[in-house]
Design a protein. Structure first.
Length: 288
């Protein structure tokens, strides 16, 4: 029996993961903004489900809840950073408050959970952190700029953390689900649309989402099962891409970035310090 700590368990992957873990006999420390949402699971599974209210944007509360979970449960084997906030609008349309909320929840909140749990995992000499990101942590779509900013940021953070904590027996895996029918789209925050963007890619994606034409090709239950499976691997990957769109879109984005990177190789090397001075007076000449 393992003990899991999961944020954002009221719905979506967090709720499904909690249900599957309890069914197989594990213990779950489930955190969410509205604890009553898990009353049905508490009635069914008793003390194998530990529930606490948690707003991940409150750093002091994050530390307090994690310390309480360890004190009561004794250990945490797997920590799942799943709580998130989705903002769907063009760059100009978002309010300052919306920008702050997406960064505070998806980036800073996830960072604070990891910071608070690491002393406990270090002390026990083991543990696995699953950071729920998205295909949008490696590629981008119009109207999701601030969401992408938070996810690209947390992926860079987690990649660094993984290298730092590996000597302590702690693994880190960034989970990258593609578009999936979890209800996340129904909870997206939006802003008043600007007519200037109607005839742009932002307008096209807005209309596709409004008409339910935005594809959701992935099975949420299989995604959760893949998350359960990766924890059992002897050598879990740093990134776990999950979904048809993740496989295709992220691969295409990485290939395009690599091609552009290689195309600028001559310029990149031109700026290096050469003992005898620059090889050429103009970077554009070096790149031709």
């Amino acid at each position: 029996m393992q003990t899991w700590f999961i944020t954002g368990t009221s719905s979506g992957f967090g709720r499904s993961l909690t249900e599957q873990l309890l069914r197989r006999g594990d213990r779950v420390a489930a955190t969410l903004r509205r604890p009553a949402a898990l009353d049905d699971l508490r009635a069914e599974h008793g003390d194998r489900l530990w529930v606490a209210r948690l707003d991940v944007t409150d750093a002091a509360e994050v530390r307090r809840v994690i310390d309480a979970a360890v004190a009561e449960l004794g250990t945490l084997d797997v920590v799942v950073n799943n709580a998130g906030y989705g903002l769907f609008c063009s760059v100009e349309e978002a309010s300052d408050e919306q920008v702050r909320r997406v960064v505070d929840t998806n980036l800073v909140g996830s960072m604070q959970v990891i910071r608070a749990v690491l002393p406990h995992l270090r002390a026990q000499g083991r543990g696995h952190i699953l950071q729920v990101s998205t295909a949008g942590g490696q590629t981008t779509y119009p109207n999701f700029s601030y969401y992408h900013a938070s996810k690209w940021g947390i992926e860079g953070f987690c990649q660094t953390v993984a290298a730092e904590v590996a000597p302590f027996g702690i693994a880190v895996t960034i989970v990258e689900p593609g578009a999936t029918a979890t209800g996340f789209g129904d909870g997206l925050d939006t802003a008043p649309p600007m007519p200037e963007y109607e005839a742009t890619p932002a307008g096209e994606v807005r209309r596709a989402l409004a008409s339910n034409a935005f594809p959701l090709p992935n099975d949420p239950e299989k995604i959760v099962r893949a998350m359960l499976d990766v924890v059992e691997r002897e050598h879990p990957p740093l990134r776990l891409p999950l979904g048809v769109d993740t496989a295709d879109h992220v691969r295409a984005a990485l290939q395009a970035r690599l091609a552009e990177h290689d195309a600028e190789r001559a310029t990149a090397l031109w700026v290096a310090i050469h003992p005898g001075g620059p090889e050429d007076d103009q970077p554009t000449a070096a790149a031709r």
